[in-house]
Design a protein around this ligand. Structure first.
Ligand SMILES: Cc1cc2nc3c(=O)[nH]c(=O)nc-3n(C[C@H](O)[C@H](O)[C@H](O)COP(=O)(O)OP(=O)(O)OC[C@H]3O[C@@H](n4cnc5c(N)ncnc54)[C@H](O)[C@@H]3O)c2cc1C
Length: 306
């Protein structure tokens, strides 16, 4: 089943994200890790893209390998702010050659030295370009707490609406640790006329260091309940890993209970975290190692015909 078809269904889906290596000597290790996650039979997987553009080949290679070997539908990320139009066109061709049909179209972070290429200013320009080509299923990023660069939430939602109107088929959110933030965002987005599927992005935090890094990059709020967990278990790696997996599981259960169908997990390159979440949710989402979520992996998932 294609990603387009999956997201159209009112059935719970669970997806995982991996990131490519920065250098080629790490490629085999990262691919082996990503394969372990794909072998768990999530509904789809995404592979991120290095903002500097240096890893586009790795993104395409990993996505193509996982789709071919495990039949898991793949979503390849692509950023544009540091790239020329020519480079983006070449990368899109490379994705097409690899059989990639789904692209997460992103601006990318502005590099700390401010060196951007002026061909693209916003993700919406990349979305429009991909839409004009006509043959990709296109995702965009959204930020329940507002994007760090945008002072006013209302403006951020307005720009998000422009991005969706440019051709996004769905959105995936930045991580959040308080589901009410996501529900409020969903309400504001729908009120602004954004009607495409919005996938909450759940980040299982398994170390104190990871939390500090994620929060400093995204500005995500840490609720007192989660802060207490990190304060209590942050110096005990095994306990923190378990507590982080359980906290993320709890967020997912609450989302499903409140009618959210499609959930994306920032599993990073951690098969044990992906597996921990699936095992915790076994009966909630009908996951088995053989059949994936709700037996979908046994029903010929991954075919192009849907
Ligand atoms: C689900 C998800 C996946 C991601 N994957 C990657 C990845 O693989 N690689 C990577 O490097 N980064 C990734 N990122 C991070 C992302 O690149 C950064 O957050 C980046 O700073 C913004 O990208 P965007 O696509 O949301 O940009 P945009 O949608 O362009 O928004 C960026 C900022 O510009 C503002 N804006 C948008 N349109 C306008 C306009 N017309 N006029 C004025 N302001 C405007 C927005 O309000 C926002 O503040 C991801 C983020 C998410 C949530």
């Amino acid at each position: 089943m294609s990603l387009r078809e999956l997201l159209r269904k009112n059935e719970v889906t669970l997806s995982f994200e991996v990131f490519p290596p920065k250098t080629s000597d790490r490629f085999d290790t990262v691919l082996a890790t990503a394969r372990k996650i794909a072998a768990l039979k999530p509904d789809f997987m995404s592979v991120t893209y290095g903002a500097g553009g240096g890893t586009s080949a790795f993104t395409a290679d990993i996505a193509a390998d996982l789709e071919k070997t495990y039949g898991v539908p793949m979503l390849a990320h692509l950023t544009c702010v540091s790239s020329t139009k020519e480079y983006v066109a070449k990368t899109v061709e490379e994705y097409r050659r690899h059989g990639i049909k789904n692209i997460m179209a992103l601006r990318g972070d502005i590099p700390s030295d401010g060196a951007v290429c002026t061909d693209y200013r916003h993700a919406s320009e990349l979305v429009r370009e991909l839409r004009e080509r006509g043959d990709f299923f296109i995702g965009g990023a959204c930020y329940p707490e507002g994007h760090v660069e945008c002072e006013h939430k209302a403006d951020d939602i307005g720009f998000l609406k422009q991005k969706v109107d440019a051709g996004c088929d769905f959105l995936t959110s930045q991580m959040f640790f308080d589901n009410n933030i996501f529900y409020n965002f969903l309400y504001r987005a729908r009120e602004a006329g954004i009607l495409v599927p919005i996938l909450p992005g759940i980040m299982p935090v398994t170390s104190k260091k990871q939390l500090a890094r994620s929060v400093s990059m995204s500005g995500t709020a840490v609720p007192a309940r989660f802060r207490a967990i990190v304060d209590r278990f942050g110096d005990d790696p095994a306990a923190m890993r378990q507590a982080g997996i359980i906290y993320a599981t709890d967020q997912i259960i609450d989302l499903i209970a409140n009618g959210v169908y499609h959930i994306h997990v920032y599993s990073m390159n951690k098969p044990e975290v992906a597996e921990g979440i699936l095992r915790n949710l076994r009966d909630v989402i009908g996951w088995t190692p053989e059949g994936g979520v709700n037996g979908r992996a046994l029903k010929g998932r991954g075919s192009d015909e849907d």
